[in-house]
Design a protein around this ligand. Structure first.
Ligand code: A2R
Length: 319
């Protein structure tokens, strides 16, 4: 039997591609080559994407035989899920398997920015230790943690923060009384009461600039922001201004508005720790994500139940 044809968006993770190539003919989407897509389109039954891929309704409409769209990542805000559902194409993602890693990195950013880890490393490497002392950091244990988005990852961050004897408060659209943590109805009210504000919501229109100038002002000159959600969740222009004028104390950022480009104004700031969207980038987790994304693709293309459809898909397809 001939292999089925899959289209992979640019920059899909190599581990996911490797798994797909074992079973399918995998073609890489070239956005500038309309002819190549037109030639392939009638054969494409599966679409493989990364968590940051952008898949428009217009692209989906060019794939009339598409039966399955499997995202390598928990966030899928770049995918036009409604257009996919209208076409009868289920969408899956990889929740759960990356929860620990993202929570770990959130805490690593909290610790790095507060305890000046990048500067301390440079202090030793550059031979400055014999010449003088480092500035003092900010104590993390016992501080007040605020979590914007208390889902799978938010809860895992709370668990870690609790081990640091931090008090925990949060904001979400709907209160989670079962968590036992202090609820605030919005990010501004939460920011005013915490030392560290960690953003971990999905991206997309519903959370666009949830962290804005007003929230940063409420966080205040002793407060730190950590973003492991999506770049779009934070008003980056307002953030750069707040960091450079002392409106907040510092920030740990793994995600940015226009990745892989980071505003140059942030590069030189000593009160900022920057990482390249790597919250789930461990061997173990990337393999687990590849396995799950691949298993979803296989399930979708062989008529088996999907392992982890996106919530809209469960409602839309009655699964
Ligand atoms: O608001 P709720 O009750 O639906 O809570 C969700 C919360 N959330 C929001 N919180 C405040 N304002 C909003 N506009 C808003 N929209 C959603 O985000 C829920 O507590 C949380 C998302 O949790 P999960 O769906 O379990 O996602 P998970 O696995 O924690 O991952 C979160 C995101 C991904 O979508 C990636 O973009 C990122 O982490 O790596």
């Amino acid at each position: 039997m001939s292999k089925l044809d899959i289209l992979a968006m640019p920059r899909v993770h190599p581990l996911y591609l490797e798994a797909l190539r074992g079973v399918y003919n995998v073609h890489t989407y070239a956005p500038d080559d309309a002819q190549a897509l037109a030639a392939l389109a009638p054969r494409i039954v599966g679409l493989a994407t990364g968590g940051e891929s952008v898949v428009s309704g217009a692209l989906l409409a060019q794939l009339p035989q598409l039966k399955m769209l499997s995202v390598f990542g928990v966030g899928y805000d770049g995918i036009d899920v409604q257009a996919a559902l209208k076409q009868g194409v289920p969408v899956t993602h990889t929740p759960g398997v990356l929860t620990d890693d993202v929570a770990d990195l959130a805490m690593a950013l909290v610790l790095s920015v507060a305890r000046l880890l990048p500067q301390a490393d440079q202090h030793v490497r550059m031979g400055r230790w014999p010449l003088g002392l480092m500035p003092l950091g900010r104590k993390v244990s016992g501080a007040r943690m605020g979590i914007v988005g208390l889902g799978r990852i938010g809860m895992a961050i709370a668990k870690r923060a609790a081990a640091f004897d931090m008090s925990i408060a949060y904001t979400t659209r709907t209160e989670k009384p079962e968590s036992g943590f202090t609820y605030y109805p919005n990010a501004t009210a939460l920011a005013a009461e915490v030392d560290f504000l960690v953003a971990i919501t999905p991206g997309g229109a519903g959370t666009h600039h949830l962290i804005n100038a007003e929230v940063l002002k409420a966080l205040g000159p002793k407060g730190y922001l950590v973003n492991v959600a999506r770049g779009s969740v934070v008003d980056e222009v307002a953030l750069v201004k707040a960091l450079s004028t002392g409106v907040i104390a510092g920030a740990g950022l793994d995600v940015f508005m226009n990745e892989p480009h980071v505003p140059e104004a942030l590069w030189a700031m000593p009160n900022v720790v920057l990482t390249p969207h790597m919250a789930s980038a461990t061997h173990q987790t990337r393999q687990a994500m590849a396995d799950l994304a691949f298993a979803n693709m296989q399930a979708g293309l062989s008529g088996q139940p999907l392992l982890t459809p996106v919530p809209e898909c469960m409602a839309g397809l009655g699964r």
